[in-house]
Design a protein around this ligand. Structure first.
Ligand code: VGL
Ligand code: ZN
Length: 203
């Protein structure tokens, strides 16, 4: 059985948002189009407290997009984004959410970032998504969302490790950094990830 994952399709990752992904808004139409063809649609939401450790403004003298070490992990310092209960954290207003069965929120721990929809960056705590999908008999995951090179990428890595087959709808993702995304694509293809256009899937 297959499920469709909508990763972080939130206002702050749109071109007008605080952590803008170029052309991020272009994914909304293809995401809506494929939703009707899945029995299970799940969304994730980046959901940070205002005090979150990943925000540059919470570190004296540090700049946005600077990389620091945090508990032995590299941490990029981002502009404040997806703060709980703000407009920036809401899904894109045109995203259809009627078919979304459950929303998994992540990045709620103020002291740790969480790119993947499955685990935090230190792999300390699960969101429960893997067990949830397995309980429903899901074996194949179709990925959409933002950003392709951050949260979608790390979600796919965890999904592979959990034994799911993974497909990326390539016109339903956009990257913060196009070069990083291209490199990751090579890596993930070698690990068995398939890339497919929504129009070909709908044919
Ligand atoms: C994301 C950076 C920081 C994402 C979330 O959803 O790709 N990127 N937090
Ligand atoms: Zn975040």
């Amino acid at each position: 059985m297959k499920a469709l994952l909508l990763i972080d399709i939130q206002n702050d990752f749109m071109p007008t948002g605080s952590l803008a992904v170029p052309n991020g808004n272009k994914i909304v139409a293809p995401v809506n189009a494929v939703q009707l063809h899945f029995d299970l649609v799940i969304a994730s939401q980046d959901w940070h407290p205002a005090s979150h450790v990943s925000f540059a403004k919470n570190h004296l003298g540090k700049k946005e997009f600077q990389i620091i070490r945090l508990e032995g992990l590299e941490q990029t310092l981002w502009p404040a984004h997806c703060v709980q209960n703000t407009t920036g954290a809401e899904f894109h207003p045109n995203l259809h959410t009627q078919k979304v069965e459950t929303i998994f929120r992540k990045g709620t721990n103020p002291a740790l970032d969480s790119y993947s929809a499955f685990y935090d960056n230190a792999h300390q705590k699960s969101t429960g998504l893997a067990g949830y999908l397995k309980e429903k008999g899901i074996t194949e995951l179709y990925f959409t969302g933002l950003a392709a090179d951050i949260c979608v990428y790390f979600s796919i890595k965890d999904a592979l490790a959990e034994g799911f087959e993974c497909v990326v709808f390539e016109d339903a993702v956009r990257a913060l950094d196009e070069n990083t995304y291209q490199q990751q694509q090579e890596e993930l293809k070698e690990q068995g990830v398939n890339y497919c256009r929504t129009a070909d899937f709908l044919k």
